[in-house]
Design a protein around this ligand. Structure first.
Ligand code: ATP
Length: 265
């Protein structure tokens, strides 16, 4: 927190996207995926980005991750321009191909700390703590191929958190899971978020998932040139009661915004 000009407390953005655009250029010509995208993410918030397929959600996340440079505007993290990937951003994808199958679950989680030079005993204890946090205590000796889809996603989350990132970037992390596992992991992620105070940027197609997890929901316009159409604060207590009138009211507002985009000629 910083004090504003008139003595009022003002929230300082952890991440700022300022007029960000992305035009891909390839053999098929130019494709404007994202246009004039402006958003501030405050420390500790859980921001869900929703939109129709192909509107540019992943492109936005990849630019914040530093995997893709913007072709317009700029992205700041802690006041410094993002120029590439860094350990200050932990990324969790939908699939789990990014896990190293030749390493145990524990060693996957310990991988980042190892790269940073943490000693063997310390990093194993560190990784163990994060396996416990995601409910996988006692499973650290198994390899990814011996674990279920939900367990692999838990390892991805533990691995990202073990690097103590400033922000977690999650691209449809539960998209490939069955409905029950998905609901369980949503609950666990929400608990972990509340316990760690991490800032999260979370991409999903699923309106209910966004309403269950987010402190704010951003809805994008349909592409090409997808941009932020609306941002809604979700001021409901956690854990969210999905059948409550207040929850359903938020769900209906988001649903209407997305369907407006789908119906747009
Ligand atoms: N490397 C690339 N080269 C050219 N075009 C691309 C590239 N990556 C994405 N696009 C295009 O940019 C647009 C936005 O893609 P993006 O993956 O960001 O959308 P999305 O909202 O995440 O979609 P979905 O919800 O289906 O995953 C799409 O039209 C896509 O075809």
């Amino acid at each position: 927190m910083r004090t504003g000009d008139k003595g009022r407390a003002r929230r300082v953005a952890l991440v700022s996207l300022d007029g960000v655009g992305k035009t891909y250029r390839g053999r098929g010509g130019a494709w404007e995926a994202v246009r004039d995208f402006t958003l501030d993410l405050a420390e500790g918030e859980f921001f869900c980005l929703l939109g129709t397929s192909g509107c540019g959600k992943t492109t936005v996340l990849n630019m914040v991750a530093g995997f893709e440079p913007p072709t317009a505007g700029r992205i700041l993290l802690d006041g410094r321009e993002v120029k590439g990937p860094g350990a200050d951003r932990g990324v969790v994808f939908q699939g789990h191909d990014s896990l190293y199958d030749w390493l145990s679950a524990l060693d996957n989680v310990a991988f980042g700390p190892r790269l940073r030079g943490m000693g063997r005993r310390a990093r194993r204890a560190h990784a163990q703590r994060f396996l416990e946090l995601v409910g996988l205590a006692g499973q650290g000796g198994k390899h990814p191929s011996e674990l279920s889809g939900g367990m692999k996603q838990r390892i991805q989350i533990a691995r990202a958190l073990a690097n103590d990132p400033r922000i977690l970037l999650m691209d449809e992390p539960f998209g490939a899971l069955d409905a029950l596992t998905r609901a369980t992991l949503q609950g666990e992620l929400s608990r972990i978020w509340a316990g760690t105070g991490k800032t999260v940027l979370f991409i999903t197609h699923d309106i209910e998932e966004a309403c269950a997890l987010a402190t704010r929901i951003g809805v994008m316009t349909r592409g090409p040139g997808g941009t932020l159409k609306a941002v809604l604060p979700v001021d409901l207590p956690f854990p969210r009661e999905r059948t409550s009138d207040a929850f359903m009211a938020v769900f209906r507002r988001v649903h209407a915004l997305i369907h407006e985009e789908m119906a747009r000629p």
